[in-house]
Write a protein that binds this ligand. Structure first.
Ligand SMILES: Cc1ncc(COP(=O)(O)O)c(C=O)c1O
Length: 415
C-alpha cells in the first residue's frame, strides 16, 4: 500500500514550494510542445496572457458574491451571457449563466429540463428518461445518476451521426430530453440538429444541444463559408445549448456557458432554497463559491479576440484540420472515421493492432487519444498542434508501419 503523505508540521518557504512544483511538473506531458491531444486548448500566446492577467486581477474574488459584493463580476457575467446569446441567435427572452465547465452546464440543463417537464406535465410525470445518441458525453449520465433518470443511448447511423429514426423510436411518454452534439467527442461529427429540432417540436420534447466543444468555433468556421449546418436557437426546437469557454473559446479553466431559450426554462435550472437559519439561498449554478478569475478572464478573452479574432483562429484551425486529415489518409491502411467537421479527428486501420500503434506513439512521446469503437486514435487539435503536424504524422506513419495485425483486445480508451 502506498505510504500516506504527512501533513507537514512546519511550513516550507515560498521559494522551496515553487521549486517543488517545478520539479513535480517535469514529469508531466509536454502540452506546450503539442504532445497532448486534449485537455489544453491553445490559441495564441497573447490570448493566453490576456486571460491570465484578467484571471490574476480577480484571483481572490468569489463570483458567488457577484450580486452583492463584486458587481464588476456580475456585470461581466451578464455581458458574457449576452454575447453568447447573440452568437447563438437566442430569442430576446433567452437567458444563461457562466458555469465551471461542460459537465456543470449539462447538469444544469438536465435539471432544468426535468423540472420544466414536471411543472408542465404534472404529478404523473415522475422519473423521465433522456434519449441520446451513443456518442453523447458521459456528463448526461452523471446528471441522470444524480437525478435518478434513465438514459437511453441509441446507436449512431452509418455516418456516425445521431440516427433520428432510431431516436424517435426510443422516445416514450416518460421522455423529457433528446440531445445532439456539435460535435460529438468520439468522432468529431455534428449531429443533425435541425432534424432533432423537428423531432423535439413534434413530440413536445426538450432538445439540448451540446456545443461544449464546438460552440465557440463552429459559428466562426461557418462565417468562413465552411459547411457547418445550423445548430443553435435559430432552430425553434432548441431549448438549451451548452458551449465551453475553456475549450475553443480559449478562456482559462474553469468556464462554460449554459444558455436557455427563455427565462422560464433558465429558472428551472437554478436553485432557490429557503431552508436554513441564514435565510434564502439562491444560485443559478450547482456550485456555490466560484472563481471570480474565470469570469473576468472569459470576459477579457472574448473582448480581446472579438468575432474577427475568433474567425482568424478558426481559419487556421480548419486549415490545420484539413492537413492532418490528408496526412492521416495518406498513410497506407489508415482511415478517418466519419467526416470531422471541426478539429476532432478519429482514425484507425481495421487490419492493424491499434493498441500497439497507441503504445508506439506513447513511446515516441505523444499522449495518445483513443477511441474504442472502432479501435483507433483520437486528436482534439488546437493551435498547439499546428507546428508539430509533420512530426506527428511522421511518427504515426512509422508506428503504423511497425504495427502487428489487429488483435482481439482492441484499444482500452480510458479518460
Ligand atoms: C462534447 C462534450 N460535452 C461535454 C464535455 C464536458 O466538458 P467538461 O470536461 O468541461 O466538463 C466534453 C468534454 O470534453 C465534451 O467533449
Amino acid at each position: 500500500m502506498k505510504a500516506r503523505s504527512a501533513f507537514p508540521e512546519r511550513g516550507r518557504p515560498r521559494g522551496d514550494i515553487a521549486a517543488a512544483l517545478a520539479e513535480m511538473r517535469e514529469a508531466d506531458a509536454d502540452w506546450r510542445g503539442g504532445r497532448v491531444p486534449l485537455y489544453v486548448f491553445g490559441a495564441l500566446p497573447e490570448v493566453e496572457e490576456v486571460g491570465r492577467e484578467a484571471f490574476m486581477t480577480f484571483f481572490s474574488e468569489n463570483a458567488l458574491g457577484a450580486r452583492r459584493a463584486f458587481k464588476s463580476l456580475g456585470r461581466m457575467e451578464e455581458e458574457i451571457v449576452d454575447m453568447a446569446l447573440g452568437l447563438f441567435h437566442a430569442p430576446a427572452d433567452g437567458a444563461g449563466v457562466v458555469t465551471s465547465g461542460g459537465t456543470e452546464s449539462i447538469l444544469l440543463a438536465v435539471k432544468a429540463c426535468r423540472d420544466f417537464a414536471r411543472a408542465r406535465r404534472g404529478e404523473r410525470f415522475l422519473h423521465g428518461n433522456l434519449v441520446l445518441p451513443e456518442t453523447a458525453h458521459p456528463a448526461f449520465d452523471k446528471a441522470a445518476l444524480l437525478m435518478d433518470l434513465e438514459v437511453r443511448r441509441i446507436p449512431v447511423a452509418g455516418d456516425l451521426r445521431a440516427d433520428i429514426a432510431a431516436m424517435a423510436n426510443a422516445v416514450d411518454t416518460e421522455t423529457s430530453m433528446i440531445a445532439g452534439s456539435v460535435p460529438c467527442f468520439p468522432y468529431g461529427v455534428i449531429d443533425p440538429i435541425a432534424e432533432l429540432s423537428e423531432l423535439a417540436l413534434s413530440r413536445g420534447l426538450w432538445l439540448h444541444v451540446d456545443a461544449c466543444v464546438g460552440g465557440y468555433l463552429a459559428p466562426f468556421a461557418r462565417d468562413l463559408g465552411r459547411p457547418i449546418p445550423e445548430f443553435d436557437f435559430a432552430l425553434p426546437g432548441v431549448a438549451a445549448l451548452s458551449a465551453d469557454l475553456h475549450k475553443f473559446g480559449f478562456c482559462p479553466k474553469p468556464a462554460s456557458t449554459i444558455l436557455f431559450r427563455d427565462t422560464t426554462r433558465a429558472n428551472a435550472g437554478g436553485f432557490d432554497l429557503d431552508v436554513w437559519p441564514s435565510g434564502r439561498f439562491t444560485t443559478r449554478t450547482l456550485v456555490g463559491t466560484r472563481p471570480g478569475g474565470s469570469v473576468a478572464a472569459a470576459w477579457a478573452v472574448l473582448n480581446h479576440l472579438g468575432r474577427e479574432g475568433y474567425r482568424a483562429i478558426a481559419a487556421r484551425l480548419i486549415a490545420m484540420r484539413d492537413a492532418y486529415v490528408a496526412g492521416i489518409e495518406a498513410i497506407p491502411g489508415m482511415r478517418v472515421f466519419g467526416r470531422p467537421e471541426l478539429t476532432i479527428i478519429a482514425f484507425g486501420a481495421e487490419a492493424l493492432d491499434m493498441a500497439a500503434v497507441a503504445e508506439d506513439m506513447a513511446a515516441r512521446g505523444w499522449v495518445p487519444g483513443l477511441v474504442r469503437r472502432p479501435p483507433g486514435l483520437h486528436i482534439m487539435a488546437s493551435l498547439l498542434h499546428e507546428g508539430v503536424r509533420d512530426r506527428y504524422l511522421g511518427d504515426l506513419a512509422a508506428a503504423v508501419a511497425a504495427a502487428p495485425p489487429a488483435s482481439a483486445t482492441g484499444v482500452a480508451a480510458d479518460y
